[in-house]
Design a protein around this ligand. Structure first.
Ligand code: AMP
Ligand code: MG
Length: 338
């Protein structure tokens, strides 16, 4: 069983392949290209979509070569159905429909957030973790219960990756800002910034506005980068610890683009160590948006018979993690109870 996955929710257009034999999934590889906005501006959905449309055939070709598979051997075509930027989502959905029709193979819509979780589980062996999903467009602390991934805490405004990118732009750094901030933070000292945790939810907007104000007033960029990381990541670690205490789980899975940040990993590691919990971090190659994670989530959905008729294959701009019926997990849960 070979599944082709297409990612196109925001800045990345990716194609990846995952195969399954005797119940064992294997990542075969893929290729991705990222739209980088002009310096000083954020992602422009229409321009990102044009980038994806221009490159989709090349990305497919290179993905086939990297994974060493033939298009004719594909059994299932999966695509990121949402959540995401509509113009970008439409390019991926159209490309997927075209491929499924040409190959005469079933079409599956994968939820992008669930794909980040499932690729994290596949690459780390996490089984029943509190998931810290941190990316450019999403910030959620999630745990599985009764057929769905439930959201225990989330951002009330911008996502953490978006917050870091916004500050980086204000500081004249090139996109994506997260890695630049991580590098600059190494030479920084602590400045107090607003720490906003409301119950289990987080807010990053005021924190970024304050950091931008301090920058204009002449604070050192290294100090602000250090303090942004310390504050944002401490907020996340606090909510994650409470989710662990509430659910009684003893495993944390860190996934999404911001998961490659060493300081975030360190803070979560300290918290987990103190509680006797295990931290698992998604493999770096699959932390940011990619086609492989969609191929894997698509394979799971296909096995749970979640196949789309072409007329139902529209995009879902706002598709929350907790709205997805995870048939593959409930079936597993059922068989475990039998
Ligand atoms: P994704 O949306 O999952 O592709 O993740 C992209 C986001 O991850 C962007 O907002 C990046 O700035 C952020 N990111 C990537 N690497 C790092 C890093 N080392 N530290 C913090 N944020 C990062
Ligand atoms: Mg993502």
């Amino acid at each position: 069983m070979l599944c082709l996955g297409i990612e196109s929710t925001a800045h990345t257009f990716g194609v990846g392949f995952v195969s399954e034999r005797k119940g064992k999934s294997e990542i075969l590889g893929g290729h991705k290209e990222m739209y980088v906005p002009p310096k000083g501006s954020g992602i422009h959905p229409r321009e990102a979509a044009d980038h994806h449309a221009e490159l989709c055939a090349d990305v497919l070709q290179r993905a086939l070569e990297n994974a060493n598979v033939r298009l004719d051997d594909v059994n299932v075509v999966a695509y990121s159905q949402g959540p995401g930027l509509p113009p970008c989502l439409r390019v991926g959905a159209t490309f997927a429909r075209m491929l499924a029709a040409r190959l005469k193979k079933p079409l599956v819509g994968a939820n992008h957030c669930i794909a980040h979780i499932e690729i994290g589980k596949l690459t780390t062996g996490a089984e029943d973790a509190v998931v810290v999903y941190v990316s450019g467009g999403n910030t959620q602390v999630i745990a599985y219960a009764e057929g769905r991934y439930r959201i225990f805490g989330e951002t009330e405004d911008v996502a953490i990756g978006n917050a870091l990118d916004t500050f980086a732009r204000a500081a004249g750094l090139q996109e994506p800002g997260g890695p630049k901030i991580e590098a600059l933070a190494k030479g920084g000292a602590y400045i107090e910034l607003p720490y906003v945790v409301k119950g289990m939810d987080l807010s990053f907007a005021g924190l970024i506005t304050e950091a931008e104000k301090r920058l204009k007033r002449g604070a050192r960029l290294e100090d602000l980068c250090f303090s942004l990381q310390e504050t944002c990541f401490a907020m996340l670690t606090e909510v994650t610890e409470r989710a662990l205490a509430h659910t009684g789980k003893n495993e944390v899975l860190l996934t999404g683009g911001v998961a490659s940040n060493r300081r975030l990993i360190e803070m979560l590691q300290t918290m987990c160590g103190e509680r006797g919990a295990t931290l698992r971090v998604v493999e770096r190659a699959y932390s940011g948006d990619n086609g492989v994670m969609i191929a894997y989530a698509g394979l799971l959905a296909y096995k749970a018979r979640q196949i789309l008729k072409p007329k139902n294959s529209k995009i879902i701009q706002m598709w929350r993690t907790d709205e997805v019926e995870c048939g593959w997990l409930s079936e597993k849960a059922k068989s475990e109870h039998d």
